[in-house]
Ligand binder design. Structure first.
Ligand code: IPE
Ligand code: IPE
Ligand code: MG
Length: 244
């Protein structure tokens, strides 16, 4: 779709979209149901989003599934989300191979709070799908930009302490190389559903020049039509990166 729009400028080809999947709880409550129903139906949207991304020539999508702050929620909700991730993944693993999707994750997966079976499954699936090239699907799980930046600073500091790096030679590329996203293309567009207009500790450095798109639609209602509205909106924008 939108071929004429896509062709208008090669400078802004939409390669990588980051999504903040928000509003599951409110969507369910608006239907008189419990929040967990929203998480369940929210997970069901992912397949369509992947399909629409591929149809629109997008090479990477990064989904915010669980933040470093989401542990603050009631234990019952956290447990529900963890079990949902496990069962969803068990079902999707084979499909990712069939659809040539490269699976990736960002976030502190080695945190002891993370369920060992999720850690194992994420690591194995990443390895198993590493040569797939249709689309890179990254899940941000136990992800927080502040934690990511602290982690990068520690890594670079240890290189300085070990005299592998001179302090005066540190540049943005070094920081970039030590972020979870080091091997992903720049993020062109970030979409947040649910009407909240904030980033909630998502990819703070990576979004420096990304286009931001906010929609009131709750995540479980974010369908192909909604996604393509955002894509079309992106292609109408003028990205200047500080130039003219
Ligand atoms: C997003 O939906 C899913 C996660 C954060 C895990 P929410 O659970 O935040 O739903 P709302 O924003 O409370 O409606
Ligand atoms: C952001 O949503 C995190 C995810 C979508 C996983 P939240 O619902 O946690 O963010 P806040 O609390 O509204 O900022
Ligand atoms: Mg929310």
């Amino acid at each position: 779709m939108k071929k004429e729009l896509q062709e208008r400028s090669s400078k802004k080809k939409l390669e990588h979209v980051a999504l903040i999947m928000d509003g599951n709880g409110r969507w369910a409550e608006s239907l008189g149901k419990g929040r967990t129903y929203g998480h369940k139906m929210g997970a069901e949207r992912i397949g369509d989003v992947v399909k629409t991304a591929i149809e629109n020539d997008i090479k990477a999508i990064t989904l915010y599934a669980f933040s470093t702050e989401n542990w603050k929620r009631p234990e019952t909700e956290v447990t529900y989300i963890m079990n949902l991730i496990k069962s969803y993944f068990k079902r999707q693993r084979k499909k990712m191979m069939e659809r040539k999707i490269r699976f990736n994750y960002i976030g502190d997966i080695d945190d002891p709070k993370v369920d060992p079976s999720i850690r194992k499954m994420f690591k194995e699936t990443k390895e198993e799908t590493k040569d797939n090239d249709k689309l890179t699907l990254t899940i941000a799980f136990n992800y927080g930009a502040r934690e990511e930046i602290v982690r990068a600073v520690k890594k670079i500091s240890s290189q300085v302490v070990n005299e592998e790096k001179d302090i005066d030679d540190i540049n943005y590329q070094d920081i970039k190389n030590n972020l979870y996203t080091y091997d992903l293309p720049d993020i062109d567009l970030v979409i947040r559903t649910s009407g909240e207009v904030r980033l909630s500790n998502y990819l703070l450095l990576q979004l420096a020049y990304s286009e931001l798109y906010f929609t009131k639609t709750y995540w479980p209602a974010f369908d192909k039509v909604e996604f393509e509205k955002a894509i079309e909106n992106y292609y109408r924008r003028d990205r200047r990166f500080g130039g003219l």
